[in-house]
Design a protein around this ligand. Structure first.
Ligand code: B12
Length: 211
């Protein structure tokens, strides 16, 4: 029986040994607890963010937290990405928007999409609207997924959506990352928003089926 509270706490404390021990236990028990373990790790990351805001953690701790979270995803990956990947692949764009360098959430979403049969064109981090518009045009892309965790990412997302629309491109746009919600989605003019990778996959599958 995994103690998810203990896992969230260990992540918040940046206690690498305990985090890795508990995640290995999840995998040794068959991996069914992986989504819950992921949630616990994210909860721990919220604690890291809070302690950073309060001045108890510094940028070095954020970097360490980022590395630990990446390792955590690596351990859980096989259990997290269990989608079916048959049939023709829909090509789509995924990236972190301009001004934002965070990519751990984006990479999780990417793994889930790929495991579910999408051909994900990952443009990376800090991606300006022009590059997204250019690529969508050149590759005849129908789905664009934008990630961002900084508050300022919301402005970049809005600008990106405006430029995609101004270019007359017929694309569906989904946005995600911690600061995104229904209100910001409306304000940005995106078609959908999500925090959970599963909702992202379900939405993109629906759009791909609509064709
Ligand atoms: C790790 C981390 C870093 C690492 C990032 C490493 C990396 N490779 O990504 C580093 C050290 C680089 C970093 C830098 C900075 N950071 Co930082 N960072 C964090 C931290 C602790 C965790 C972020 C994270 O990975 N979370 C875990 C992932 C899994 O969650 P997620 O991204 O939300 O993704 C999930 C969902 O949102 C969704 N999702 C994600 N993307 C997408 C996309 C789509 C399309 C969809 C549908 C869904 C989706 O799926 C994911 C899985 O469920 C957060 C605190 C926090 N609570 O988030 C601060 C935080 C985001 N950082 C913050 C700050 C201030 C900074 C710096 C400015 C610090 C500095 N002074 O230099 C710089 C900014 C650099 C920049 N320009 O981007 C602030 C942002 C404040 C704000 N409101 O804007 C936070 C909130 C901390 C805080 N509370 O103060 N950071």
């Amino acid at each position: 029986m995994i103690d998810y509270e203990k896992l969230a706490e260990a992540m918040g404390d940046l206690d690498e040994d305990t985090v890795k021990e508990l995640l290995q236990q999840v995998m040794d028990e068959g991996g069914e607890g992986a989504p819950k373990a992921m949630e616990a790790c994210q909860k721990g990351m919220d604690t890291v963010g809070k302690l950073f805001e309060e001045g108890e953690y510094f940028v070095g701790d954020l970097i360490y937290a980022g590395e630990l979270m990446t390792d955590a995803v690596g351990i859980l990956k096989d259990a997290l990405v269990s989608g079916e990947s048959s049939g023709p692949k829909t090509r789509m764009i995924l990236c972190t928007v301009k001004g934002d360098l965070h990519d751990i959430g984006k990479n999780i979403v990417k793994s889930m999409l790929e495991a579910n049969g999408f051909d994900v064109l990952d443009l990376g981090i800090d991606v300006p609207p022009e590059k997204i518009v250019e690529t969508a045009k050149a590759e005849n892309i129908k789905i664009v997924a934008l990630s961002g965790v900084l508050t300022l990412a919301l402005d970049s997302m809005k600008k990106t959506v405006e430029e995609l629309k101004a270019a007359g491109l017929d694309v569906k746009i989904i946005i995600g990352g911690a600061p995104v919600n229904a209100d910001s989605c409306r304000n940005i003019g995106a078609d959908e928003w999500a925090h959970s990778p599963q909702k992202t996959v379900d939405t993109c599958k629906r759009w791909a089926a609509e064709g």
